[in-house]
Design a protein around this ligand. Structure first.
Ligand code: NAI
Length: 454
């Protein structure tokens, strides 16, 4: 028997953050991981896909180089060298993470763990006993019943490993994964069709953002079939044939299934140990404790936004409670969300519709068009900066569309998280020329003193 203050099951963003913070606070920690530390985000998600998006951005820049007076010709994209660049980034970050974890004295256990009774975690023949246990087993790609994944039917994991540039792709699901891969493949020259069951791309976002993205994608030649479902996929010699609920079929070389991710909680002994599950997600209280005292859950297995940075925050939050501190829970509504597509879509807080549902008519929204922003004009991006406030009250939502706006959402997060009023922010100066001025203009307008707008 191995005894630790904290046993963490799963070494992804949520699990390793909990382990690092607990160790920093003087706890002995075992971190159990069946694959590689860093999990989905580092190896199959955030990091490699953003590297792929960077390659796509460079391809677009080369294509558009002549418009700024640079003569360059895009002669090709080499999947092997693209992969080498991407894998190099992942390898460096992985090495850094391993160093960090061992530097804090954390015991990393390689193997698949299973929760037993009384806060024991069983790995093969070994038992790791924790005074506290943190469950952080992450998520898997959901599929559509009747559609078998494999071969030309891709998931985000296999799409990353594709060693050819596809000529045509149908993407099932217009959520974050769908719009990011659509962006990459279009930049690489593919014909792309997105099939989304709901009325808009990124349907959880403010409608203004979704519509702005849809317009931008139309201009890029990306087809979107909205309010349309996939009825079935047939594999042919040349690729796939996708039958849609509007009676049409779309043929392509590949189809990507991106209809959401489910929690990894089955077959791990959770329910037998007394943990309550709801549709596979772990039921927790507001302090992220499960139905079993001293067993906590973090990351994608907890209902809510499935984002790496939420996992980090939850891991830290749980570790601090285990160490006897009283951390403040960050509400889900002040977690920033970014789709790293071209253009990017970034947001924090309530959509205008949600704000109206919560506050009735006492809501004011202001939309600034990036066409008026010098830096956006220089880098050749259009888009919007929309700020939603309660009348005479705080800012409750910030919604941005445009290249590079993901970097601006931090300011929106501070505004929403600190419940700032536009009048508090109006005196603060934004450097000129930056894209952040778009937010400054929206704050000024909402404070009743517009500068470059009416
Ligand atoms: P998602 O939940 O964001 O989007 C799935 C979309 O598929 C939804 O819009 C849904 O309406 C649609 N859909 C469901 N069934 C369908 C069907 N049969 N036919 C057509 N459309 C259908 O899930 P996604 O994009 O797979 O991403 C999974 C998770 O990974 C998300 O929670 C996301 O937040 C996270 N992620 C975050 C990224 C980021 O922050 N940049 C990047 C990639 C993933």
């Amino acid at each position: 028997m191995n005894t630790f203050d904290v046993v963490v099951l799963g070494g992804g963003s949520g699990g390793y953050a909990a382990a690092l913070r607990a160790a920093e606070l003087g706890k002995s920690v075992a971190l159990i991981e069946k694959d590689r530390l860093g999990g989905t985000c580092l190896h199959r998600g955030c990091i490699p896909t953003k590297a792929l998006l960077h390659t796509a951005e460079i391809a677009d820049h080369v294509r558009e180089a002549a418009s700024v007076g640079v003569d360059a010709t895009l002669t090709g994209i080499d999947p092997a060298r693209t992969a080498a660049y991407r894998e190099g980034i992942v390898a460096k970050k992985y090495k850094g993470l391993q160093g960090l974890v061992s530097g804090r004295g954390i015991t990393v256990v390689a193997g698949e763990g299973r929760l037993g009774a009384d806060r024991a975690v069983i790995v093969g023949e070994d038992v790791y006993q924790g005074a506290d246990v943190v469950l952080a087993t992450g998520s898997y790609t959901r599929t559509i019943p009747g559609i078998e994944v494999g071969g030309r039917v891709l998931t985000s994991e296999t799409a990353l490993e594709l060693d050819v540039i596809p000529n045509s792709v149908v993407i099932l699901g217009g959520g974050v994964i769908g719009v990011e891969f659509a962006s990459v493949w279009r930049s690489f020259g593919a014909e792309v069709t997105i099939v989304e069951a709901l009325d808009h791309l990124l349907p959880a976002e403010d409608e203004t953002s979704s519509k702005a993205l849809e317009r931008a994608y139309r201009r890029r030649g990306i087809q979107s079939k909205l309010a349309t479902r996939c009825e079935g996929v047939t594999t042919t010699d040349a690729g796939v044939s996708v039958a849609l609920s509007d009676g049409t079929t779309v043929d392509a070389e590949y189809v990507l299934v991106a209809v959401g991710r489910g929690p990894v909680t089955a077959g791990l002994g959770f329910e037998e140990a007394g943990i309550a599950l709801d549709r596979g997600f772990v039921v927790v209280d507001e302090r992220l404790q499960t139905a079993v005292p001293h067993v906590w859950a973090v990351g994608d297995i907890v209902p809510g936004l499935q984002l790496a940075h939420r996992g980090f925050q939850q891991g830290i939050f749980v570790a601090e409670q285990i160490a006897g501190l009283s951390p403040i829970a960050v509400p889900e509504s002040s977690i920033p969300r970014v789709a790293y597509s071209h253009p990017e879509v970034a947001s924090v807080g309530l959509t205008e519709a949600q704000a109206r549902a919560a506050h009735g008519d006492a809501v004011v929204a202001y939309e600034y068009n990036l066409a008026g922003n010098g830096k956006s004009e220089i880098i050749g991006t259009g888009g919007i900066a929309k700020v939603v406030r309660v009348a005479n009250g705080p800012i409750v939502g910030v919604h941005l569309v445009g290249d590079r706006v993901g970097e601006l959402i931090t300011e929106g997060q501070l505004a929403v998280g600190w419940e700032a009023h536009p009048e508090d922010l109006a005196p603060l100066i934004h450097a000129h020329p930056t894209q952040s001025e778009a937010l400054g203009e929206a704050f000024l307008a909402l404070a009743g003193k517009p500068l470059h707008t009416v």
